[in-house]
Design a protein around this ligand. Structure first.
Ligand code: PTJ
Length: 248
């Protein structure tokens, strides 16, 4: 990927690089223009979190890895921002956990669906779901409800990074174990998650993969113990506390 001329010593190097990837995603027909706005909101929360993976987020990322390894049918949901920011990283996470990849858009257009699927294949994905759209999420309007029946439709565990609140709630209503990556601990998506991961997607995804590799030999009992120990309310509270006490 061609990058802008940003010196690595720049104090906001990561943030500027991320912003550039989203801009490039729009130019490539992958990311929606609303994705630029979502990025800006995310940056503000990341700044307040200190632009690092806080300990409670690292713990949530380990729990997410345990859920993905323990799932019968896990799916990683990819939207326009996720595809632009971490295409190769999502493919690696799918490989490390045996999860499927599904393109799942808030502002669905066939063109963007296909561009994203192709972009993921260029980054090593073998199979990309989402284009069949023969399943529906109950309670949502037609376009926003579309999923693949053999993908998110029948998944028991779904990783939904940067999900819109309505859809996150509707997936939770379906009884799915929802792993949400969102920098805003007060968002409806984060609050409806089984495992809210309050971290930047670009740090969260490689870290979930690292945890999954570390846990690859763990027994079912060990994975279940990690899952059962998790308290989602405490994770949201810890992130909110960090935001409110930036200088501590
Ligand atoms: O590609 P599409 O059509 O599926 O659209 C994707 C977006 C993200 C535009 C759409 O789902 C949307 O409008 O989302 P929202 O409602 O703006 O929510 C985005 C949430 O993600 C906000 O709470 C942001 O704080 C958060 N966010 C933004 N960037 C990141 C992030 N969280 C984690 N990592 C980020 N890099």
């Amino acid at each position: 990927m061609t990058g802008p001329e940003i010196p690595e010593s720049h104090p906001r190097y990561e943030s500027l690089l991320t912003r550039h990837r989203i801009e490039e995603g729009v130019d490539l027909g992958i990311t929606s223009r609303q994705g630029l706005i979502a990025q800006g909101r995310g940056e503000a929360f990341d700044y307040l979190l200190g632009e690092e993976t806080i300990p409670s987020a690292d713990a949530a990322e380990r729990v997410a890895a345990a859920h993905l390894l323990r799932a019968d049918h896990a799916v990683l949901s990819i939207n326009g921002n996720v595809a632009a920011l971490a295409p190769g990283e999502m493919v690696e996470l799918a490989e490390a956990t045996g999860a499927a990849l599904e393109v799942n858009l808030f502002n669905r257009t066939e063109e963007r669906m296909e561009n994203i699927a192709e972009y993921l294949r260029e980054h090593g994905a073998e199979e990309v779901l989402g284009l069949t759209a023969d399943g529906r999420i109950p309670g949502l309007d037609h376009e926003r409800a579309k999923v693949d029946a053999d993908g998110i439709g029948s998944a028991d565990v779904v990783l939904v990074p940067l999900e819109d609140g309505d859809r996150a709630e509707a997936l939770a209503e379906m009884g799915k174990t929802e792993l949400v990556v969102d920098l805003n601990p007060m968002s409806r998506s984060a609050k409806s998650a089984t495992v809210p991961i309050i971290d930047n997607l670009i740090r969260a995804v490689p870290n979930i993969t690292a945890h999954a590799r570390d846990l690859s030999d763990a027994s079912e009992g060990e994975l279940d113990a990690i899952i059962e120990d998790f308290d989602s309310g405490a994770a949201l509270e810890a992130a909110e506390q960090r935001i409110r006490s930036l200088d501590e």
